[in-house]
Design a protein around this ligand. Structure first.
Ligand code: ADP
Length: 446
Protein backbone atom coordinates (compact mmCIF):
# COMPACT_ATOMS: atom_id res chain seq x y z
CA UNK A 1 0.00 0.00 0.00
CA UNK A 2 1.08 3.59 -0.57
CA UNK A 3 2.70 5.64 2.21
CA UNK A 4 1.72 9.04 0.93
CA UNK A 5 -0.81 10.18 -1.66
CA UNK A 6 -0.75 13.60 -3.29
CA UNK A 7 -4.24 14.82 -4.21
CA UNK A 8 -4.05 16.86 -7.40
CA UNK A 9 -7.34 18.65 -6.93
CA UNK A 10 -9.29 21.08 -4.75
CA UNK A 11 -12.72 21.50 -3.16
CA UNK A 12 -15.04 18.75 -2.04
CA UNK A 13 -13.37 16.03 -4.09
CA UNK A 14 -9.94 16.73 -2.59
CA UNK A 15 -11.50 16.30 0.83
CA UNK A 16 -13.38 13.17 -0.24
CA UNK A 17 -10.11 11.55 -1.35
CA UNK A 18 -8.36 12.60 1.85
CA UNK A 19 -11.04 10.85 3.88
CA UNK A 20 -10.44 7.57 2.05
CA UNK A 21 -6.65 7.90 2.48
CA UNK A 22 -6.99 8.54 6.20
CA UNK A 23 -9.18 5.48 6.64
CA UNK A 24 -6.47 3.45 4.92
CA UNK A 25 -3.77 4.95 7.13
CA UNK A 26 -2.12 6.77 4.20
CA UNK A 27 -0.58 10.22 4.68
CA UNK A 28 -2.01 12.97 2.45
CA UNK A 29 -0.52 15.90 0.58
CA UNK A 30 -2.76 18.75 -0.50
CA UNK A 31 -1.76 21.09 -3.30
CA UNK A 32 -3.29 24.51 -3.70
CA UNK A 33 -3.14 27.75 -5.61
CA UNK A 34 -2.58 31.01 -3.73
CA UNK A 35 -6.35 31.58 -3.95
CA UNK A 36 -6.96 28.35 -2.02
CA UNK A 37 -4.52 28.85 0.87
CA UNK A 38 -7.49 28.84 3.31
CA UNK A 39 -9.34 25.93 1.74
CA UNK A 40 -10.57 23.04 3.85
CA UNK A 41 -8.64 20.44 1.84
CA UNK A 42 -5.44 22.31 2.76
CA UNK A 43 -6.30 22.65 6.44
CA UNK A 44 -7.10 18.95 6.87
CA UNK A 45 -4.21 17.45 4.91
CA UNK A 46 -1.09 16.14 6.62
CA UNK A 47 1.06 18.35 4.38
CA UNK A 48 0.37 21.01 1.80
CA UNK A 49 2.26 22.62 -1.05
CA UNK A 50 1.40 25.87 -2.79
CA UNK A 51 1.76 25.21 -6.52
CA UNK A 52 1.11 28.61 -8.03
CA UNK A 53 -1.19 31.54 -8.70
CA UNK A 54 -4.99 31.27 -9.11
CA UNK A 55 -5.34 30.43 -12.83
CA UNK A 56 -5.66 26.64 -13.11
CA UNK A 57 -3.13 26.56 -15.97
CA UNK A 58 -0.53 27.90 -13.51
CA UNK A 59 -1.52 25.61 -10.64
CA UNK A 60 -3.93 22.64 -10.75
CA UNK A 61 -3.21 21.98 -14.43
CA UNK A 62 0.52 22.59 -14.24
CA UNK A 63 2.27 19.23 -14.53
CA UNK A 64 5.86 20.36 -13.71
CA UNK A 65 4.65 22.03 -10.52
CA UNK A 66 2.69 18.97 -9.45
CA UNK A 67 5.72 16.79 -10.11
CA UNK A 68 7.86 19.10 -8.01
CA UNK A 69 5.30 18.84 -5.20
CA UNK A 70 5.53 15.04 -5.38
CA UNK A 71 9.30 15.24 -5.28
CA UNK A 72 9.43 17.62 -2.31
CA UNK A 73 6.97 15.61 -0.24
CA UNK A 74 8.01 12.12 -1.34
CA UNK A 75 4.49 11.15 -2.38
CA UNK A 76 4.36 7.71 -4.01
CA UNK A 77 0.96 8.08 -5.68
CA UNK A 78 -1.29 10.81 -7.09
CA UNK A 79 -5.07 10.86 -7.07
CA UNK A 80 -6.35 13.27 -9.73
CA UNK A 81 -10.02 13.46 -8.63
CA UNK A 82 -12.31 14.62 -11.45
CA UNK A 83 -11.79 17.51 -13.87
CA UNK A 84 -8.33 19.16 -14.06
CA UNK A 85 -5.76 16.45 -15.03
CA UNK A 86 -7.93 13.42 -14.27
CA UNK A 87 -8.30 12.48 -17.95
CA UNK A 88 -4.92 13.69 -19.15
CA UNK A 89 -3.09 10.65 -20.55
CA UNK A 90 0.21 12.52 -20.69
CA UNK A 91 0.02 13.30 -16.95
CA UNK A 92 -0.54 9.61 -16.15
CA UNK A 93 2.42 8.70 -18.37
CA UNK A 94 4.78 11.28 -16.86
CA UNK A 95 3.96 10.14 -13.34
CA UNK A 96 4.66 6.52 -14.23
CA UNK A 97 7.98 7.60 -15.80
CA UNK A 98 8.87 9.08 -12.41
CA UNK A 99 7.81 5.94 -10.54
CA UNK A 100 4.79 7.63 -9.04
CA UNK A 101 1.52 5.71 -9.30
CA UNK A 102 -1.35 7.44 -11.06
CA UNK A 103 -4.53 6.34 -9.27
CA UNK A 104 -6.57 5.62 -12.36
CA UNK A 105 -6.53 3.59 -15.58
CA UNK A 106 -3.62 3.15 -17.98
CA UNK A 107 -2.67 6.15 -20.11
CA UNK A 108 -3.66 4.10 -23.16
CA UNK A 109 -7.23 3.67 -21.93
CA UNK A 110 -7.44 7.34 -20.95
CA UNK A 111 -6.27 8.32 -24.43
CA UNK A 112 -8.72 6.07 -26.28
CA UNK A 113 -11.72 7.16 -24.24
CA UNK A 114 -10.69 10.82 -24.34
CA UNK A 115 -11.20 10.82 -28.09
CA UNK A 116 -14.92 10.26 -28.48
CA UNK A 117 -14.55 8.93 -32.01
CA UNK A 118 -12.01 6.31 -30.90
CA UNK A 119 -14.12 5.60 -27.81
CA UNK A 120 -17.20 4.89 -29.91
CA UNK A 121 -15.25 2.61 -32.23
CA UNK A 122 -13.84 0.74 -29.22
CA UNK A 123 -17.27 0.43 -27.63
CA UNK A 124 -18.70 -0.97 -30.85
CA UNK A 125 -15.88 -3.49 -31.12
CA UNK A 126 -16.56 -4.60 -27.53
CA UNK A 127 -20.23 -5.24 -28.25
CA UNK A 128 -21.64 -2.10 -26.63
CA UNK A 129 -24.56 -0.53 -28.54
CA UNK A 130 -23.77 3.03 -29.73
CA UNK A 131 -25.79 6.04 -30.95
CA UNK A 132 -26.20 5.83 -34.74
CA UNK A 133 -23.98 8.35 -36.48
CA UNK A 134 -21.05 9.02 -38.77
CA UNK A 135 -18.41 6.34 -39.05
CA UNK A 136 -15.62 8.32 -37.42
CA UNK A 137 -15.14 12.05 -37.96
CA UNK A 138 -16.60 14.16 -40.74
CA UNK A 139 -14.14 16.30 -42.65
CA UNK A 140 -16.35 18.30 -45.00
CA UNK A 141 -19.77 19.86 -45.09
CA UNK A 142 -20.73 17.60 -47.98
CA UNK A 143 -19.80 14.50 -46.02
CA UNK A 144 -21.72 15.72 -42.97
CA UNK A 145 -24.78 16.41 -45.13
CA UNK A 146 -24.63 12.96 -46.66
CA UNK A 147 -24.49 11.26 -43.25
CA UNK A 148 -27.22 13.46 -41.78
CA UNK A 149 -29.60 12.97 -44.69
CA UNK A 150 -29.12 9.21 -44.68
CA UNK A 151 -29.88 9.15 -40.92
CA UNK A 152 -32.60 11.80 -40.94
CA UNK A 153 -32.73 15.08 -39.01
CA UNK A 154 -32.38 16.22 -36.26
CA UNK A 155 -28.67 15.45 -35.82
CA UNK A 156 -26.06 16.48 -33.28
CA UNK A 157 -22.58 17.70 -34.21
CA UNK A 158 -20.14 16.70 -31.46
CA UNK A 159 -16.48 17.44 -30.79
CA UNK A 160 -14.20 14.39 -30.67
CA UNK A 161 -12.32 16.03 -27.80
CA UNK A 162 -15.54 17.29 -26.16
CA UNK A 163 -16.37 17.49 -22.49
CA UNK A 164 -18.55 19.51 -20.18
CA UNK A 165 -21.16 19.89 -22.90
CA UNK A 166 -18.89 22.08 -25.04
CA UNK A 167 -18.48 21.70 -28.78
CA UNK A 168 -21.97 20.23 -29.20
CA UNK A 169 -24.51 21.70 -31.63
CA UNK A 170 -27.92 20.45 -32.79
CA UNK A 171 -29.08 20.79 -36.38
CA UNK A 172 -32.85 20.40 -36.57
CA UNK A 173 -32.88 20.64 -40.38
CA UNK A 174 -30.49 20.46 -43.32
CA UNK A 175 -30.52 24.24 -43.51
CA UNK A 176 -29.10 24.46 -39.99
CA UNK A 177 -26.31 21.95 -40.51
CA UNK A 178 -23.57 24.20 -41.99
CA UNK A 179 -23.80 26.67 -39.10
CA UNK A 180 -23.95 23.89 -36.46
CA UNK A 181 -20.90 22.33 -38.02
CA UNK A 182 -18.81 25.49 -38.08
CA UNK A 183 -19.90 26.60 -34.59
CA UNK A 184 -19.09 23.19 -33.09
CA UNK A 185 -15.69 23.21 -34.81
CA UNK A 186 -14.82 26.73 -33.63
CA UNK A 187 -15.94 25.98 -30.07
CA UNK A 188 -13.99 22.71 -30.00
CA UNK A 189 -10.85 24.35 -31.37
CA UNK A 190 -11.04 27.11 -28.74
CA UNK A 191 -11.80 24.79 -25.81
CA UNK A 192 -9.72 21.74 -26.67
CA UNK A 193 -7.31 22.80 -29.41
CA UNK A 194 -8.80 20.12 -31.66
CA UNK A 195 -11.57 20.83 -34.17
CA UNK A 196 -12.40 17.23 -35.13
CA UNK A 197 -16.17 16.65 -35.05
CA UNK A 198 -18.54 13.77 -35.74
CA UNK A 199 -22.26 13.40 -36.21
CA UNK A 200 -24.83 11.57 -34.17
CA UNK A 201 -28.54 11.03 -34.41
CA UNK A 202 -30.11 13.56 -32.04
CA UNK A 203 -32.35 11.62 -29.70
CA UNK A 204 -35.40 13.69 -28.80
CA UNK A 205 -36.55 12.22 -25.49
CA UNK A 206 -33.82 10.03 -23.99
CA UNK A 207 -32.74 9.63 -20.41
CA UNK A 208 -29.07 9.81 -19.47
CA UNK A 209 -28.21 6.54 -17.78
CA UNK A 210 -24.65 5.67 -16.88
CA UNK A 211 -23.14 2.48 -15.57
CA UNK A 212 -20.46 2.53 -12.88
CA UNK A 213 -17.74 0.02 -13.62
CA UNK A 214 -14.70 -1.16 -11.76
CA UNK A 215 -11.77 -3.24 -12.95
CA UNK A 216 -8.41 -4.30 -11.52
CA UNK A 217 -6.41 -4.28 -14.76
CA UNK A 218 -5.92 -8.02 -14.35
CA UNK A 219 -9.03 -9.06 -16.21
CA UNK A 220 -11.53 -8.84 -13.38
CA UNK A 221 -14.31 -6.28 -13.77
CA UNK A 222 -17.74 -5.65 -12.28
CA UNK A 223 -20.52 -3.13 -12.62
CA UNK A 224 -22.18 -1.31 -9.74
CA UNK A 225 -25.48 -0.53 -11.38
CA UNK A 226 -26.62 2.70 -12.94
CA UNK A 227 -27.14 6.34 -12.15
CA UNK A 228 -29.84 8.39 -13.82
CA UNK A 229 -28.47 11.84 -14.62
CA UNK A 230 -31.23 13.07 -16.91
CA UNK A 231 -31.88 16.29 -15.01
CA UNK A 232 -29.47 18.56 -16.84
CA UNK A 233 -29.00 22.16 -17.82
CA UNK A 234 -26.84 22.88 -20.85
CA UNK A 235 -25.80 19.21 -20.91
CA UNK A 236 -24.54 19.55 -17.33
CA UNK A 237 -25.90 17.34 -14.57
CA UNK A 238 -27.84 18.97 -11.76
CA UNK A 239 -29.47 16.03 -9.92
CA UNK A 240 -28.50 12.37 -10.06
CA UNK A 241 -30.18 9.31 -8.67
CA UNK A 242 -29.76 5.56 -8.36
CA UNK A 243 -31.41 3.33 -9.27
CA UNK A 244 -33.01 4.92 -12.33
CA UNK A 245 -36.79 5.25 -12.03
CA UNK A 246 -36.93 4.12 -15.68
CA UNK A 247 -35.12 0.77 -15.45
CA UNK A 248 -36.28 -2.58 -14.22
CA UNK A 249 -34.06 -5.31 -12.90
CA UNK A 250 -33.86 -7.14 -16.23
CA UNK A 251 -32.78 -4.04 -18.19
CA UNK A 252 -30.21 -3.20 -15.51
CA UNK A 253 -28.73 -6.70 -15.52
CA UNK A 254 -28.66 -6.78 -19.33
CA UNK A 255 -26.73 -3.55 -19.85
CA UNK A 256 -24.61 -4.16 -16.74
CA UNK A 257 -23.47 -7.50 -18.13
CA UNK A 258 -22.64 -6.05 -21.54
CA UNK A 259 -20.54 -3.32 -19.96
CA UNK A 260 -18.79 -5.52 -17.38
CA UNK A 261 -17.86 -8.01 -20.10
CA UNK A 262 -16.45 -5.21 -22.23
CA UNK A 263 -14.35 -3.95 -19.31
CA UNK A 264 -13.05 -7.46 -18.69
CA UNK A 265 -11.99 -7.74 -22.31
CA UNK A 266 -10.34 -4.32 -22.16
CA UNK A 267 -8.58 -5.28 -18.87
CA UNK A 268 -9.75 -1.95 -17.56
CA UNK A 269 -8.20 -0.76 -14.29
CA UNK A 270 -9.92 1.38 -11.68
CA UNK A 271 -13.23 3.22 -11.64
CA UNK A 272 -14.96 4.20 -14.84
CA UNK A 273 -18.34 5.27 -16.07
CA UNK A 274 -19.92 4.17 -19.31
CA UNK A 275 -22.54 6.71 -20.35
CA UNK A 276 -25.64 5.90 -22.34
CA UNK A 277 -28.73 7.55 -23.66
CA UNK A 278 -31.79 5.37 -23.07
CA UNK A 279 -34.84 5.73 -25.26
CA UNK A 280 -37.73 3.36 -25.98
CA UNK A 281 -36.09 0.53 -24.09
CA UNK A 282 -32.76 0.76 -25.96
CA UNK A 283 -29.34 1.84 -24.72
CA UNK A 284 -26.99 3.94 -26.86
CA UNK A 285 -23.38 4.52 -25.75
CA UNK A 286 -22.25 8.17 -25.86
CA UNK A 287 -18.94 8.18 -24.00
CA UNK A 288 -16.82 6.70 -21.25
CA UNK A 289 -15.26 8.68 -18.41
CA UNK A 290 -12.05 7.10 -17.13
CA UNK A 291 -12.19 8.64 -13.66
CA UNK A 292 -14.29 9.09 -10.55
CA UNK A 293 -17.49 11.05 -11.25
CA UNK A 294 -18.98 13.91 -9.23
CA UNK A 295 -22.08 11.76 -8.67
CA UNK A 296 -20.27 8.64 -7.40
CA UNK A 297 -21.78 8.93 -3.88
CA UNK A 298 -25.25 7.80 -5.03
CA UNK A 299 -23.69 4.50 -6.07
CA UNK A 300 -21.83 4.31 -2.76
CA UNK A 301 -25.13 4.87 -0.94
CA UNK A 302 -26.98 1.99 -2.58
CA UNK A 303 -24.06 -0.47 -2.69
CA UNK A 304 -22.27 0.38 0.57
CA UNK A 305 -18.96 0.37 -1.31
CA UNK A 306 -16.35 3.11 -0.88
CA UNK A 307 -15.32 3.71 -4.50
CA UNK A 308 -12.30 5.87 -3.68
CA UNK A 309 -10.96 3.29 -1.28
CA UNK A 310 -11.32 0.62 -3.99
CA UNK A 311 -9.55 2.91 -6.48
CA UNK A 312 -6.60 3.23 -4.15
CA UNK A 313 -6.50 -0.50 -3.39
CA UNK A 314 -6.57 -1.48 -7.05
CA UNK A 315 -3.97 1.17 -7.98
CA UNK A 316 -1.63 -0.33 -5.39
CA UNK A 317 -1.76 -3.62 -7.29
CA UNK A 318 -4.44 -5.52 -5.37
CA UNK A 319 -6.99 -7.59 -7.21
CA UNK A 320 -10.63 -6.59 -7.07
CA UNK A 321 -11.90 -7.71 -3.68
CA UNK A 322 -15.46 -8.04 -4.97
CA UNK A 323 -17.19 -10.25 -7.50
CA UNK A 324 -20.41 -9.37 -9.29
CA UNK A 325 -22.33 -11.59 -6.87
CA UNK A 326 -21.08 -9.52 -3.94
CA UNK A 327 -22.81 -6.43 -5.32
CA UNK A 328 -26.32 -5.85 -4.04
CA UNK A 329 -28.41 -2.74 -4.32
CA UNK A 330 -30.26 -1.41 -1.29
CA UNK A 331 -32.74 1.44 -1.36
CA UNK A 332 -32.62 4.64 -3.34
CA UNK A 333 -30.24 7.62 -3.37
CA UNK A 334 -30.42 11.13 -4.80
CA UNK A 335 -27.67 13.74 -5.12
CA UNK A 336 -28.23 17.48 -5.55
CA UNK A 337 -25.34 19.60 -6.75
CA UNK A 338 -25.21 22.70 -4.58
CA UNK A 339 -23.64 25.46 -6.66
CA UNK A 340 -22.76 29.01 -5.65
CA UNK A 341 -25.07 30.39 -8.34
CA UNK A 342 -28.31 32.24 -8.70
CA UNK A 343 -30.94 29.45 -8.74
CA UNK A 344 -32.72 30.86 -11.82
CA UNK A 345 -30.13 32.66 -13.93
CA UNK A 346 -27.25 30.40 -12.82
CA UNK A 347 -24.97 33.39 -12.62
CA UNK A 348 -21.98 32.48 -10.40
CA UNK A 349 -22.18 33.95 -6.92
CA UNK A 350 -18.72 33.82 -5.36
CA UNK A 351 -18.10 35.59 -2.04
CA UNK A 352 -17.99 34.93 1.66
CA UNK A 353 -20.15 32.33 3.36
CA UNK A 354 -21.34 34.18 6.45
CA UNK A 355 -23.38 31.31 7.84
CA UNK A 356 -23.18 27.59 7.06
CA UNK A 357 -25.44 24.97 8.54
CA UNK A 358 -25.48 21.64 6.70
CA UNK A 359 -28.30 19.15 7.30
CA UNK A 360 -27.78 15.87 9.15
CA UNK A 361 -29.61 12.82 10.39
CA UNK A 362 -30.08 9.30 9.14
CA UNK A 363 -29.36 8.78 5.43
CA UNK A 364 -28.00 12.29 4.86
CA UNK A 365 -24.48 12.94 3.54
CA UNK A 366 -22.98 16.33 2.70
CA UNK A 367 -19.70 16.34 0.76
CA UNK A 368 -18.35 19.85 0.74
CA UNK A 369 -15.09 21.72 0.96
CA UNK A 370 -16.45 24.94 2.45
CA UNK A 371 -17.05 26.24 5.97
CA UNK A 372 -18.51 29.26 7.74
CA UNK A 373 -16.40 32.34 7.02
CA UNK A 374 -14.86 30.77 3.91
CA UNK A 375 -14.55 33.03 0.90
CA UNK A 376 -15.36 31.25 -2.37
CA UNK A 377 -12.78 32.30 -4.96
CA UNK A 378 -14.08 33.33 -8.39
CA UNK A 379 -11.56 31.29 -10.39
CA UNK A 380 -12.96 27.77 -10.33
CA UNK A 381 -16.25 25.96 -10.91
CA UNK A 382 -19.17 26.88 -8.71
CA UNK A 383 -19.83 23.50 -7.04
CA UNK A 384 -19.61 24.11 -3.29
CA UNK A 385 -21.14 20.90 -2.06
CA UNK A 386 -23.22 17.85 -2.74
CA UNK A 387 -26.22 16.75 -0.74
CA UNK A 388 -26.76 13.01 -0.96
CA UNK A 389 -29.74 11.35 0.67
CA UNK A 390 -30.53 7.67 0.94
CA UNK A 391 -33.82 5.98 1.78
CA UNK A 392 -35.34 2.51 1.67
CA UNK A 393 -37.61 3.52 -1.20
CA UNK A 394 -37.59 6.36 -3.71
CA UNK A 395 -40.47 7.95 -1.86
CA UNK A 396 -38.69 7.81 1.47
CA UNK A 397 -35.65 9.28 -0.26
CA UNK A 398 -37.69 12.19 -1.66
CA UNK A 399 -39.24 12.93 1.73
CA UNK A 400 -35.79 12.84 3.32
CA UNK A 401 -34.41 15.13 0.62
CA UNK A 402 -37.20 17.62 1.28
CA UNK A 403 -36.44 17.49 5.00
CA UNK A 404 -32.66 17.84 4.47
CA UNK A 405 -33.07 20.78 2.09
CA UNK A 406 -35.23 22.54 4.68
CA UNK A 407 -32.40 22.28 7.23
CA UNK A 408 -29.68 23.55 4.89
CA UNK A 409 -28.77 27.17 5.60
CA UNK A 410 -26.10 28.97 3.57
CA UNK A 411 -25.90 32.76 3.98
CA UNK A 412 -23.77 35.36 2.25
CA UNK A 413 -23.98 33.91 -1.26
CA UNK A 414 -26.69 32.64 -3.61
CA UNK A 415 -27.01 28.88 -4.08
CA UNK A 416 -29.05 26.43 -6.13
CA UNK A 417 -30.90 25.14 -3.04
CA UNK A 418 -34.13 27.02 -3.93
CA UNK A 419 -34.16 25.24 -7.31
CA UNK A 420 -34.13 21.84 -5.58
CA UNK A 421 -36.90 22.98 -3.25
CA UNK A 422 -38.97 23.67 -6.34
CA UNK A 423 -38.00 20.48 -8.12
CA UNK A 424 -39.12 18.15 -5.33
CA UNK A 425 -42.59 19.69 -5.50
CA UNK A 426 -43.03 18.82 -9.19
CA UNK A 427 -45.27 15.79 -9.90
CA UNK A 428 -43.00 14.65 -12.77
CA UNK A 429 -40.03 14.52 -10.40
CA UNK A 430 -42.04 12.73 -7.73
CA UNK A 431 -43.10 10.19 -10.36
CA UNK A 432 -39.64 9.89 -11.91
CA UNK A 433 -41.01 10.98 -15.29
CA UNK A 434 -38.34 13.15 -16.83
CA UNK A 435 -35.95 13.02 -19.77
CA UNK A 436 -32.80 15.05 -20.58
CA UNK A 437 -34.89 18.01 -21.79
CA UNK A 438 -37.26 18.19 -18.83
CA UNK A 439 -35.25 20.64 -16.71
CA UNK A 440 -34.62 23.15 -19.48
CA UNK A 441 -38.33 23.14 -20.36
CA UNK A 442 -39.15 23.65 -16.68
CA UNK A 443 -36.66 26.52 -16.37
CA UNK A 444 -38.01 28.10 -19.54
CA UNK A 445 -41.44 28.48 -17.93
CA UNK A 446 -42.09 31.86 -16.32
P1 ADP B 1 -19.80 15.82 -22.64
O1 ADP B 1 -18.60 14.93 -22.63
O2 ADP B 1 -19.54 17.16 -23.24
O3 ADP B 1 -20.49 15.88 -21.33
P2 ADP B 1 -21.63 13.76 -23.65
O4 ADP B 1 -21.38 13.01 -24.90
O5 ADP B 1 -21.37 13.05 -22.37
O6 ADP B 1 -20.81 15.15 -23.70
O7 ADP B 1 -23.13 14.28 -23.63
C1 ADP B 1 -23.61 15.16 -22.63
C2 ADP B 1 -25.11 15.29 -22.71
O8 ADP B 1 -25.49 15.80 -24.01
C3 ADP B 1 -25.87 13.98 -22.59
O9 ADP B 1 -26.09 13.62 -21.25
C4 ADP B 1 -27.15 14.33 -23.29
O10 ADP B 1 -27.97 15.13 -22.48
C5 ADP B 1 -26.69 15.20 -24.45
N1 ADP B 1 -26.44 14.36 -25.66
C6 ADP B 1 -25.26 13.81 -26.04
N2 ADP B 1 -25.40 13.09 -27.19
C7 ADP B 1 -26.71 13.18 -27.54
C8 ADP B 1 -27.52 12.66 -28.63
N3 ADP B 1 -26.99 11.91 -29.60
N4 ADP B 1 -28.83 12.98 -28.65
C9 ADP B 1 -29.38 13.77 -27.69
N5 ADP B 1 -28.69 14.29 -26.66
C10 ADP B 1 -27.38 14.01 -26.56
Amino acid sequence: MFDKVLIANRGEIALRIQRACKELGIATVAVHSTADADAMHVKLADESVCIGPPPASDSYLNIPRLLAACEITGADAVHPGYGFLSENARFAEILEEHNITFIGPTSEHIRIMGDKIAAKETAKRLGIPVVPGSDGGVSSEAEAMKVAEAMGFPVLVKAAAGGGGRGMKVAMTAAELPLSLSTARTEAKAAFGDDAVYIEKYLTKPRHIEIQVFGDGQGNAIHLGERDCSLQRRHQKVWEEAPSPALNEAARARIGDVVANAMRELKYRGAGTVEFLYEDGEFYFIEMNTRLQVEHPVTEAITGIDLVLEQIRVASGSQLSLTQDDITFAGHAIECRINAENPRTFRPSPGQITYWHPPGGLGVRVDSGVYQGYRIPPYYDSLIGKLIVHGKTRNECLMRLKRALSEFVIDGIETTIPLFNELIRQPDIANGLYDIHWLEKFLGKP
